[in-house]
Structures are given as C-alpha cells and as structure tokens.
Write a protein that binds this ligand. Structure first.
Ligand code: HEM
Length: 447
C-alpha cells in the first residue's frame, strides 16, 4: 500500500544557479566571442569562481574555476554529465570518442588505452626524434624564425606515422590534406551549423570535399595494412584497431576507424605544437631556465625538462576549457542545482592562474614542479575524469623528445623582448608571433 504524501515528502527541487553578470545577454555573448580570455577573467574577478553565463553555441552555461567544484565535476558519473554539446564530433564524425557516451565511450577508451599508455609510448620516440631532426636541418642560423609552423609539421608527421601508420604516397597526400582540413574544421566547429544546404563554394562544401579525399586515403591504408605480412607486429594505432576486438568480439567499423583517426589527429596535433611553440617562447626569455635545460640535455636525466613542460602547460595553457553537458534532470554542484541541458565549462586556464594554488601565477618558474608533482585537480591541461585526454602520455613524450632534440642540436639565443601575446587559433591558444627564436647550429651535438 502506498503512503499518502506528507508535508515532509520530497518535492521536485527548483534550480539554484550561481550569480550571473548584470549585462544584457547579447552584450555578454559579444564580449565572450570578441575576447574570451579577458571576459572569463573579468567574470571570475567580479562574480567569483562559479558563474552563470549564456554563451554563443553552448547556450546556458556554468563557468567553474573553484578547485573543489572542478574536482566534483571531473569525478561525477559520465551518466550524469555527458561530453559538451556540440563538440568536435559534429565536424569530424560521430564515430570517434568525442561523440560517444556511456558504455560505447567506455569501450572505445579501453580499446584506445594500450597504444597510448606507458611502455607502448616509448616505441614512438624514434619517430619523434627523426621528425624533429628533419625540421632542424632546414632552420636558418642566426636569423629569427617562427617555431610554431615547424612544430605543427612535426606533430602532424608524428601522428600520421605513429597513429595512421602512413608511409610513402599516402603519407605525402595526408600531410598536404590534413592541416588545411583540420584548421578549417576547428574554425567551423565553433559556428552554428548552416540551416540551408551550403553553397558549392562555401567553407562547408570545402570541408565535405576534404572528407571524401580523406576516406579514399584511409581505404588505401587499411588495404595495405591487411596485406602486410607483419601486421601482427606493427605498432601504429591503425593496425591495433584492425587487430583488436571489443569485449563482445566485434571489431571497430570502417566508418568509426576513419572518424577516430581523424579525431586523434585533430585533438593531438595543434595542441602539442602550440605547447611546443610556447616552450620556445618561454625558455628563450628565461636564461637561467635555458641554462639548466642545456646542461641537463647533455645527459639522460629529464627531471628539469619535465618540470619545465609542466610549467609551460600551466603558465601558457593552450586549451581553455573542459566542457560537460548536464544529462541528468538536475545536477547538484556544491551548493548549486543545475538543470538538465546546461553546459558546464571548467576553466582550465583560471585553475592554473589561481594565486592560492600557484603563488605569483604569472611568473614562469619550472622550480614549482621540481620537487612536487602536479596535483590531479589543480594542474589540468589535459582535463580530468573519464574524459581526460587519452593522448596525455603520448603528448608528454613528444614534448620531451622534441625539446631534448632541439636543445642538443642548436643553441637557442636568449632575448629580453616582452612575452608574446596570446592568439586564438581555433582549437588552441598559440603565441601570437609564432614563438619566434634565433638559433645557431652546434658544431657537435650534445649527448
Ligand atoms: C599538449 C597536448 C594536448 C593537450 C593540451 C590536450 C588537451 C586535451 C583536453 C583539455 C581534452 C578534454 C579533456 C576533458 O574534457 O576533460 C582532451 C581530450 C582528448 N584528447 Fe588531448 N590534448 C593534447 C594532446 C593529445 C594527443 C597527442 C592526442 C592523441 C594523439 C589527444 C587525443 C585526445 C582525445 C581523443 C580526447 C577526447 C577524450 C574523450 O572524450 O574521451 N590529445 N585533450
């Protein structure tokens, strides 16, 4: 027998939202588009570390930079918080990790983990070193140049070889196609999808043409891998996709393979290259840091280089937000109650600039991480929780090997020029002038 409701019975709870700026909504949205970082900084200073905002594309959103709330978000069940909507899957295909939720997401992550984990990573080091040496060979001696573009080429080539398993003609064609496609895709990803079919010469039509060329090249790579007598020993991620099965014995579909490889490239190339561009921008302005890095690069230790990488990622964070979408009817976030459909934007940048966690946060100082390892929820360039960057260990290896190789082969000239401003490239925030440096080739490489 059911009990009659009493006055104490639970009632459907009303939302309880964090403070929101007293601005006309269109003005707030405009400020966000025109200068995202400055607006977020102002919102945090004025309204605190949990703010309700309305932003273009993502709609009603909660901006979070309170460490305890960030931790709660990253540890909340993925059934309650889904991936941010829209995300990269809108343009790169629904079959990649970005577009998957629940069990499908968990299973794909399980499939992706082995090649991006621990020991497997070291099998890719030789590729990173080769690609770095190939770029260094064309660097001018004593003439200032941008490091960002060479770093973009290194990171594309590394992913094409280590992840796509591409060599020869396909490598060449993918090298030409992918950077322009990814750049266009990431720019369009923050725009609303056109309501009417796009015209023949619109950027959306160009995107579709790039996709057709891409699928043809992936067909060739799959056919070659299947013919390869050494498929069982190959270490590239595509071979692993072809060899592995899910728990129920099924394999990844052809469509999902194409989407996933593309997502790995889109997520892993500009982010890593931008971090490297900042690394050169930072160390050329900090002579004492550079001196220690050079001394260390002559040997096998990488303690200080690793601390420098952590600090570059904190001090010059390239991805601003990790976003989630409230899928449950209501989400209790600290003292707030956030209704279904809201976006939750964890500001990775604001977490890294929190003076209570990082005293004098603007100061670039790798020493912060020499004796103390980064904390899981305060150092978050790779996001957190079940959606934390799957390529984090791969990216860290790549940053380490590129830096080591450059330090061993060239002398980087220090400069007293002011730090480069920040530029929004679409996916990542890069040094505005491209991380310009002057280098001189070493007669005899270190190490
Ligand atoms: C310095 C370089 C990189 C940075 C700063 C970075 C940052 C991020 C961030 C912030 C996220 C979102 C995490 C979240 O929502 O909690 C992410 C997700 C992701 N990253 Fe990275 N990333 C980097 C390199 C890479 C590389 C090298 C790869 C692969 C080759 C990669 C593949 C991915 C994928 C597939 C996801 C989606 C994970 C999921 O939804 O389950 N990333 N990354």
């Amino acid at each position: 027998m059911s009990e009659a409701p009493t006055l104490d019975a639970p009632v459907a709870q009303a939302p309880k939202l964090p403070p929101s700026p007293r601005l006309p909504r269109p003005l707030g949205a405009l400020a966000f588009v025109a200068s995202r970082r400055r607006t977020v900084n102002w919102l945090t200073r004025t309204y605190g570390r949990c703010v309700t905002i309305r932003i273009p594309v993502f709609g009603d959103a909660i901006l979070v930079s309170e460490p305890a709330l960030a931790k709660q978000i990253f540890t909340t069940s993925p059934e309650v918080l889904h991936n941010i909507q829209p995300n990269l899957s809108r343009l790169l295909g629904k079959g990649s990790v970005f577009g998957l939720e629940g069990v499908a997401h968990r299973q794909r992550r399980k499939l992706l983990t082995p090649p991006f984990h621990g020991k497997s990573i070291s099998t890719y080091e030789a590729i990173v070193e080769q690609e770095t040496l190939r770029e260094i060979a064309s660097w001018p001696d004593g003439v200032e140049f941008e490091t960002l573009e060479p770093m973009m080429r290194i990171t594309v080539n590394v992913i094409l070889r280590a992840v796509f398993g591409a060599e020869g003609a396909e490598l060449q064609q993918l090298r030409e196609l992918l950077p322009k496609w990814v750049t266009l895709g990431s720019r369009l990803s923050v725009l609303p999808t056109p309501v009417r079919p796009p015209g023949r010469f619109s950027p959306w039509a160009r995107l579709a043409a790039y996709r057709r060329t891409y699928e043809g090249l992936i067909d060739n790579l799959i056919a070659q891998a299947r013919r390869d007598a050494n498929l069982a020993d190959r270490t590239d991620v595509l071979s692993l996709f072809l060899r592995s099965t899910y728990d129920d014995g099924t394999s990844m579909s052809r469509g999902d393979i194409g989407d996933e490889l593309l997502a790995l490239l889109a997520a892993g190339h500009e982010t890593t290259a931008s971090t490297l561009g900042w690394a050169f921008e930072r160390i050329s302005r900090h002579p004492k840091v550079l001196e220690r890095l050079v001394a260390e690069a002559a040997g096998e230790d990488n303690t200080y280089r690793q601390a420098t990488i952590f600090e570059v990622q904190r001090n010059r964070t390239v991805i601003d937000f990790a976003g989630r979408h409230v899928a449950a009817p209501m989400y209790d976030l600290g003292p707030w109650r956030i209704p279904q459909g809201f976006s939750i934007m964890v500001s990775l940048l604001q977490l890294h600039q929190n003076p209570e966690v990082y005293p004098d946060p603007q100061r670039f100082d790798p020493q912060r991480f020499v004796d103390e390892k980064p904390s899981t929820f305060a150092w978050v360039p790779f996001g957190g929780g079940t959606r934390r960057c799957v390529g984090a260990a791969f990216a860290n290896m790549e940053l380490d090997v590129v830096l080591r190789t450059v330090l061993r082969h060239v002398v980087i000239q220090t400069t007293s020029a002011p730090g480069e401003k920040v530029h929004n490239r679409g996916v990542a925030f890069t040094p505005k002038k491209g991380g310009r440096v002057v280098v001189y080739r070493r007669a005899v490489p270190l190490g």
